[in-house]
Ligand binder design. Structure first.
Ligand SMILES: Nc1ncnc2c1ncn2[C@@H]1O[C@H](COP(=O)(O)OP(=O)(O)O)[C@@H](O)[C@H]1O
Ligand SMILES: [Mg+2]
Length: 476
């Protein structure tokens, strides 16, 4: 009773039969009637359409021909339940079309009885492939969304770590500069005070010139060659200078001595001051010299500190600047060095060995990805050594590629984990310490965004990550 147009319904059928037949034929769900032996009594048009068997094939078919093997056991239970005369209100199963396609369905089944005996089971099934596809898509979207969120959080965590380290790094020079500024104010007052005394004593121009040249010579010397004395020598000199000052009745020698010795003024120089200056001017002259040299010294500290601050700021700027530029041609060493500056705090107990081939031509960098790559690899290396090992960064050219190796002498990666380290969320670190996204990020940035490769080899005490990037001249 299938396949024929509606108006071809057998005119000999009664009106009511014809009505039921039309309803069944035109139902959009699959309807099938199965005899207890599993053969088909009748099926509707939707059934043929969905499963692809034509009417002539129907007599040769058995219900198990249209049930996918994965669903067989489940359907046997439902079928035997229906055969016992119980209705199956909801069943989810997988059918199989003539050409072998899986067709997920849901529906119900009930028995048709005659004189208390089941003569057929009627099943009503709806093809839910579309819905399953939509559900699968929604699930996948949710997974992607969660992954994106996790990546975002990892980025934020990495940023948090970087900025905490940077804050520490900036704090040192900033507070050194602050301390120096305070010291400078006090030293200026001391020098003014001594200067006024010397002026009041009508110090001659020659004597002024002598003091000034002494200061200048000492400051120049100490500027050229760093500290004038080793710490041990310095403390010996300070002791002698302090004694000398006490001897001459100059008070608070303990405070003056370190400033004087710091720029290389020792008891010999003081002896020359004593020989050259009028006796009553000795104390203010020594104080004037001490204050002057410390002014120079403090100015130098401020200079060095602000230089360090600028250095850090410019490293941060070029580290993150790349976020804005879509594509740049860069010397890989710049990015590595900026990363090292930014990670300096984390690396303060580590030894960083640079084995650079500075002649490597530039590579193409997209965004700040490469810096993120160096950050993740160096971060892992530092963690693997417990923060106090050696990291070797080696660069070389191999054909049309720039190759960067980051090697550490840490714990290493067990053979069994080696193939898993690039998997997202694979981590051996405790919760809160690792997200397992570092190397996944490296992998994506290097291979997908930069058409490069990344490899790892490891044994206890030596782990090497090797990143290979096409040189700029060779990428299309
Ligand atoms: N240099 C290394 N030495 C030893 N193990 C490493 C090294 N780099 C990565 N690993 C291992 O790979 C895992 C995944 O690294 P990663 O993706 O950066 O995530 P995370 O650092 O958050 O754990 C780490 O947990 C660690 O077990
Ligand atoms: Mg990591």
């Amino acid at each position: 009773m299938t396949g024929e147009p509606l108006d071809a319904v057998d005119p000999r059928l009664s009106e009511s039969e014809a009505r039921y037949q039309a309803v069944i034929e035109n139902a959009s769900d699959m309807i099938q009637s199965i005899r207890p032996d599993g053969t088909f009594e009748f099926v509707n048009r939707a059934w043929h359409r969905t499963l692809g068997f034509d009417e002539a094939e129907l007599p040769g078919l058995n219900v198990w021909d249209i049930i996918h093997p994965e669903s067989r056991e489940h359907c046997e239970i439902a079928f035997s339940k229906a055969l016992r005369g119980e209705s199956v209100d909801y069943v989810r199963a997988t059918f199989q079309s003539k050409d072998g396609r899986r067709i997920p369905v849901e529906g119900s089944a009930a028995a048709r009885m005659l004189d208390g005996v089941v003569i057929a089971t009627h099943g009503f099934f709806r093809d839910i492939s579309e819905r399953e596809r939509a559900e699968e898509l929604a699930r996948r979207n949710m997974e992607l969304e969660q992954e994106r969120l996790a990546r975002y959080l990892e980025k934020m965590a990495a940023l948090g770590k970087l900025s905490a380290g940077l804050a520490h790094e900036l704090n040192n020079p900033a507070s050194a500069a602050q301390r120096a500024v305070n010291g400078l104010t006090a030293a200026l007052e001391r020098r003014d005070h001594a200067g006024q005394q010397l002026t009041a004593q009508s110090l001659s121009a020659e004597h002024w010139a002598f003091l000034e040249s002494l200061v200048r010579a000492k400051v120049e010397q100490s500027g050229d060659s760093g500290p004038a004395f080793s710490p041990l020598e310095a403390s010996e000199h300070e002791g002698r200078v302090e004694d000398w000052l006490d001897d001459k009745g100059i008070g608070e020698g303990w405070a003056l001595a370190p400033d004087l010795v710091a720029v290389g003024v020792c008891d010999d120089d003081l002896g020359r001051i004593a020989e050259t200056m009028p006796a009553e001017s000795l104390e203010p002259a020594v104080r004037w010299v001490a204050a002057s040299v410390s002014i120079h010294e403090l100015t130098r500290v401020i200079g060095r500190s602000s230089h360090r601050i600028s250095e850090l700021v410019s490293a941060v700027k070029s580290y993150s600047y790349m976020d804005r530029a879509v594509e740049q041609v860069v010397d890989i060493h710049d990015g590595i060095e900026n990363t090292l500056v930014i990670l300096a705090h984390q690396l303060k107990s580590m030894t960083v060995v640079r084995e650079y081939d500075r002649d490597i031509p530039p590579v193409r960098a997209f965004g700040s990805g490469l810096n993120q790559t160096w950050t993740n690899l160096i971060d892992n290396a530092a963690e693997a050594t417990g923060g106090s090992g050696t990291i070797t960064i080696r660069t070389r050219r191999e054909g049309d590629h720039a190759v960067v190796s980051i090697i550490d002498d840490g714990v290493g990666i067990p053979e069994s984990e080696l193939s898993r380290v690039f998997e997202p969320f694979f981590t051996t670190k405790s919760q809160g310490m690792g997200t397992g996204l570092g190397l996944d990020t490296v992998w994506r940035i290097v291979t997908e965004e930069h058409s490069g490769t990344v490899e790892v080899s490891s044994q206890p005490g030596r782990t090497e990550f090797t990143v290979s990037l096409p040189l700029a001249g060779n990428t299309s």
